[in-house]
Design a protein around this ligand. Sequence first.
Ligand code: AMP
Length: 288
Amino acid sequence: MEVVTTISEVRALVRQVKRSGRRVCLVPTMGALHAGHMSLVDVAREHAEFVLLYVFVNPTQFNSAADFETYPLTLEADIEACRTARVDAVFCPSATDIYPNGIETTKDRPRGCRVTAGDVSWPLEGEHRPGHFDGVTTVISLMFHITEPDCAVFGEKDFQQLKVIEQLVRDQHFAVEIIPAPLVRDDDGLALSSRNVRLSPEGRARALVLSQALSQAAERVAAGERRAGQLLEEARGVLSQPGVELEYVAIADSVTLQPLEMISGPCRMLVAANVDGVRLIDNMLLEP
Ligand code: AMP
C-alpha cells in the first residue's frame, strides 16, 4: 500500500493506475477510522480495481472551533487499518497544500475560492450548521480535481451530505459516479461515528435513544402509520431524556430533503442531538 502526502504524488499515482486500465474509487474520510469507514472500502472494492482513501480533517467544514480542535486524530492507526483492509493507497495531505490561500476570512469572505452547496443543503444540517456544507462541497470538489477518481463512496450515515454531493456532481458536471454505502451500527444500535470516542460511558448509553426513536418510527410506518406529525411527536417523546439536547428530528423526502406531512413512499427520518456536548446525527429509511 502506498502512502502519499503531496498533490503531485497522488496525481502521478492515479494517472499511472488509470493508464494500466484500472478504475479508481475514492473513499473520502476525516480519519479516526472505524468499521463504518472500512465498510466503504469494501463497497469501493466492488466498483474499482484501485481503492484510494484519503484522510483529511477539513477545516472549512467545521462551524465550531472547539469541534475542530477536539476532532480525534489517529493517522498512524488509520494507515495500519487501511493496510489490513487492503486499501491500495492512502492520501493524507496537509491543510496548507489543499488550501494554498489559507482558510481565513476577510470581512466575512474567504480569500480562497469556495464551492457553494445547492438547495439540498438548506434544511436540517444547513439550518443548524451554517457554512458546513459549503466546506464539504469545497473540499470534495478539490479532492475530485486532485485525484480524478472514476467513482467515490459516501456513507448513508451522513445522508444529507450524500444528497448534497449528488447535487454537486449533477450541477457541476463532475464525471464521478457517486456510490452510496449503508449506515453501519454497533450491536446496540448506535451509529458508528468518529465522535463516539468523546462520549462518556453514561453518554454513550444515553445516545442510544437516537437509534431507538428512529427504529420505533420505522416500525410504526411498517405497521401502517402515515402521519409524519404523529411520528415526530412520538420520536420527540423517546428523545426527551436528561442529557440529550435535541437539535432536530424530521421526516423528509429522500431526494430533496424537504419535510413531508404524509408518508406515501420510502422516505428518511433524520435526527441530530447533542449528548454530553458531542453532536451526533443518525437517520433511517421509513418504508410503508
Ligand atoms: P467522516 O470521516 O466522518 O467524514 O466520514 C467519512 C465517510 O464515512 C462519509 O462518507 C461517512 O458518511 C462515512 N461513514 C461514517 N460513519 C459511517 C457509518 N457508521 N456507516 C457508514 N458510513 C459511515
